[in-house]
Every structure is written in structure tokens, then in C-alpha cells.
Write a protein that binds this ligand. Structure first.
Ligand code: TRP
Length: 457
């Protein structure tokens, strides 16, 4: 369980064990995407039909791109910008993928940190019991009161950012890896508990039917883009997070197997979240498609009607906070390591600078339900805009270029060598399939879905 091969050249922090690699990578994938986005998007877009498109995107696009990113990161053992610069066989500016990744990280963190702020605020409120009510009007107004208060929105967001920054200050092994190793198993246990409670309710059958019976008529081009964007968002791909984490991978780690495990476990968490939420929604007669507020308005109302609901609600929000912590760590790590390695800032200074920049960048999203409520761009608040642009434009575009880089520039030989741990794993056939997907299938599919979904063709 030593530092592995990373300690030879320049001393670079990294994940110290195979379980640590899995926990940190899964910790990045699992987050608000599973608990806040997945159930509400599935609910809004017709259940199993959406799920099917999401699954196809994950397998045909998400998994190959994830494997590509991790492989590139581990090969270069550097941040995404340096990695693409050193790996690119030609003079084309592939490193721009890394640079746009930094922009994507800030965009995502600006709204993500605000939702996490609500979650942290809800842990406090749940402990105090003040949001426990069987009336949706009461839980609705509790949520509105929180998000429309500019000071509360900002302060909770800063608190969250400082908390995540504090963990990052401890480094990769002692910070990210140590925390996610403890939190991930706990998350699974808590979700299983909640799922079991929800399944014992009388609306369980209706909830499951909603989640698993397909309604294909709801699937439009923009819904397909939403499902694909969710696949990118869920797997933390398209912006350099997985490349960064790949650079901390051990050289003996089986990359395709790890990616497959992460994808499967992440899917289980999403489904478990759906199973924990929808039966309860149906049992108590809520609208399954009530959007992102599902978690903040419906859930408290549902818990108020379940035996031991108060305790379980605290559990639910703590669990969401845990999931979001691992994801935010991975998002923030990207600018931090770039500032550290490219601009020579000490890790502590890089973290503090990222924090300060985020406080500025995040204030637009934080205030977009209060002070800036009237301010819209293309009919979207700054919060929705950041969410829309990142999932539907930046991440898929990043995915196209990562796939193109591996498929057309880096090439099959280098890819096969790296994916097989220099020939130590015999996975040539698998590598060929992944390479084929990266060279032809993923970029074309992403492009078509994007152009159709954005209404450009
Ligand atoms: N995957 C995380 C979630 O589902 C969010 C996330 C973390 C992310 N790192 C990312 C999304 C990088 C896109 C890119 O909540």
C-alpha cells in the first residue's frame, strides 16, 4: 500500500490504494446528480423512457470518454492542460480542452455550491425540525424563504466552499482519499435504509411503475440532450476532472474495470435514490415531476408522514451532503492543481485563490433567487444558465474533443499500451472496442444530439 510508482520522478501526491482510487472516483461521480438531478429529471421526462436514453448515453458515450480521460491523466501524471500538451503528438492546441475545463469547473461550481448550500442549511433545519410538515405549502414556503434570502444564500455558500477548501488543503491522499473512503460506504448504507422504508409504503408499486415503465412519447430531441448531459454530469466527464483523478491513479490499476465499477455503482445510487423518492411521492399524492424542488419541498413533506420521519429526514440530508462533498472536492481539485502546477502556487495558496474566485463567480447563482431574480439571459436565471450551459454545451463539447484527441491524434497503439498497463493486462479486444467508440461513435453521436437538442439542425 505504499505510494506506488508516483514517488519516482517528481514527488506528486496520489491515491495510495486500489480501494482509495475507487472511493475517490466514485466519490466524484456520486453527488447531487444522483439525488437532486436524476430523480427530478426522470420524473419530469416520463420515467423509464428517459432512463433508457440515459443508459444508452452512459454506455456508448460516457464510459468510453471516462476511460479515455483517466487513461490520458494517468499517462501524463499531470493536470489536464499539461497532460494534453505533453501527450499531443502534433502542434494542435489540444490543451485548450483543459482550459475550457477550468471554465466549466467554475460554471458548475457556481450553481452546485449553491444547491449544496441549501442541503447544508436543510441539515440544520432538519435537526431543528422546523421544516417537518405534512403540508406542501408549509415546506414550499420554508424553501422559498431560504432561497430568496440573499444573505443566507451567500453565507451558506461561502461556508460550503470553505469546508471543501479545508479538505483540499489536506492534499490528495490525506484529504480527498481519506474522506471519500469513509463517506462512500456510509452513503450506501443510508440509501439502502431509506429505500427499504420507502418500499414498505403503500405507493411503492405506483412509484416503481412510474420509474420503470417507459413513456416514449415524452422523448424529444431536447430531452435526449438532457439525458446525455446528465450522463456527462453524472460521470464527472468532459472537463478534466477524470483526467485529474486519473493522474493520481496507480500504474497497476485496471482502468476499464475501475470505470465500469464506478459507472455501475453510480447507477445503483441513482436508482436507489429514485426508489427512495418515488414510492413516497406517490404514497402521499405529490406531483412526480415537480422539478429540482422535489428534494427540498416534497421530501420534507413526505418524511413528516412516515414513522421516525424526523430522524430519517436528517439522515437523508446528511447523506446528500456527503454525496455532494466528494463531487465538489473533485470539481475544485481541477483549478487548484492547475494553479499549483502551471502557475507555481503552493497548494494552500492555490486552494485559497480558487476559493476566492469561486465566491465571486458563485454569487450570481447564489443571488439568482433573490436580488437577481429578475435578471435573465435567454429566459434563464444565472443559476439555470450555468446549469444549462455546463451540462448541455461545455461538457458534451469537451467530450467530443477528448474522444477526437484519443481517436484521431493519440492513436490506437498508445491507447492500447496505456489501457493495458504496458501489456500487463490482456485487454486488447476491449481496448479496440473502446477505441472504435471513441474514434467514430461517441463524437458523432454527441454532435448530432447536441445540434438537434439545441435546435440547430
Ligand atoms: N458527478 C457529480 C454529480 O453527479 C458532479 C460532478 C463532480 C461533476 N465533478 C464533475 C460534473 C465534473 C461534471 C464534471 O453530482
Amino acid at each position: 500500500m505504499g505510494q506506488g510508482t508516483n514517488s519516482t520522478a517528481k514527488k506528486r501526491d496520489g491515491f495510495s490504494s486500489s480501494f482509495g482510487v475507487l472511493a475517490a472516483t466514485l466519490g466524484s461521480a456520486v453527488g447531487l446528480g444522483n439525488i437532486w438531478k436524476f430523480p427530478s429529471l426522470t420524473g419530469a421526462h416520463g420515467g423509464a423512457g428517459f432512463l433508457l436514453v440515459y443508459l444508452l448515453s452512459t454506455l456508448l458515450i460516457g464510459l468510453p470518454v471516462m476511460i479515455a480521460e483517466i487513461t490520458l491523466g494517468r499517462k501524463a501524471k499531470a493536470n489536464p492542460i499539461t497532460a494534453l500538451q505533453t501527450l499531443a503528438p502534433s502542434a494542435l492546441p489540444w490543451w485548450l480542452i483543459g482550459a475550457s475545463g477550468v471554465a466549466a469547473a467554475f460554471l458548475i461550481l457556481s450553481f452546485y455550491s449553491e444547491v449544496v448550500a441549501w442541503v447544508f442549511a436543510y441539515v440544520a433545519k432538519a435537526l431543528g425540525g422546523s421544516i417537518l410538515s405534512s403540508s406542501p405549502e408549509v415546506t414550499q414556503s420554508a424553501f422559498s424563504a431560504l432561497i430568496s434570502d440573499p444573505l443566507q444564500s451567500l453565507l451558506w455558500q461561502w461556508g460550503v466552499l470553505a469546508f471543501i477548501g479545508g479538505i483540499l488543503l489536506c492534499g490528495v491522499t490525506k484529504g480527498i482519499e481519506a474522506i471519500t473512503k469513509k463517506l462512500m460506504p456510509l452513503l450506501f448504507l443510508l440509501l439502502l435504509l431509506l429505500g427499504a422504508v420507502s418500499l414498505s409504503l403503500e405507493g411503492a408499486r405506483a412509484g416503481l411503475a412510474f420509474l420503470f415503465s417507459p413513456q416514449f412519447d415524452k422523448i424529444s430531441a431536447s430531452v435526449v440532450l438532457t439525458a446525455m448531459g446528465l450522463a456527462f454530469f453524472k460521470l464527472s466527464i468532459g472537463m478534466g476532472t477524470m483526467m485529474t483523478y486519473g493522474s493520481y491513479f496507480r500504474d497497476d490499476q485496471n482502468i476499464p474495470a475501475t470505470a465500469f465499477r464506478v459507472m455501475s455503482a453510480d447507477l445503483c445510487v441513482s436508482l436507489l435514490a429514485g426508489i427512495a423518492i418515488f414510492p413516497a411521492v406517490f404514497t402521499f399524492g405529490f406531483e412526480p415531476s415537480s422539478g429540482p424542488s422535489l428534494v427540498f419541498i416534497t421530501i420534507p413533506a413526505v418524511f413528516s408522514q412516515i414513522p421516525l420521519g424526523h430522524g430519517l429526514m436528517v439522515v437523508f440530508f446528511v447523506l446528500t451532503a456527503i454525496a455532494a462533498t466528494g463531487a465538489m472536492l473533485s470539481l475544485m481539485e481541477v483549478p487548484v492543481v492547475i494553479l499549483h502546477e502551471r502557475f507555481g502556487l503552493a497548494r494552500g495558496k492555490a486552494t485559497l485563490l480558487t476559493l476566492m474566485l469561486l465566491i465571486v463567480a458563485g454569487s450570481g447563482a447564489a443571488l439568482s433567487h433573490s436580488t437577481l431574480a429578475e435578471f435573465t439571459v435567454w429566459n434563464m436565471s444565472l443559476f439555470d444558465l450555468a446549469d444549462y450551459l455546463s451540462s448541455n454545451v461545455l461538457l458534451p463539447a469537451g467530450g467530443i474533443f477528448i474522444a477526437l484527441f484519443v481517436g484521431w491524434s493519440w492513436g490506437l497503439d498508445r491507447f492500447r499500451q496505456a489501457v493495458s498497463n504496458q501489456g500487463r493486462l490482456s485487454n486488447a479486444a476491449l481496448a479496440n472496442v473502446i477505441f472504435f467508440l471513441l474514434r467514430y461513435v461517441s463524437p458523432l453521436l454527441i454532435l448530432i444530439v447536441m445540434l438537434r437538442g439545441l435546435g440547430l439542425i
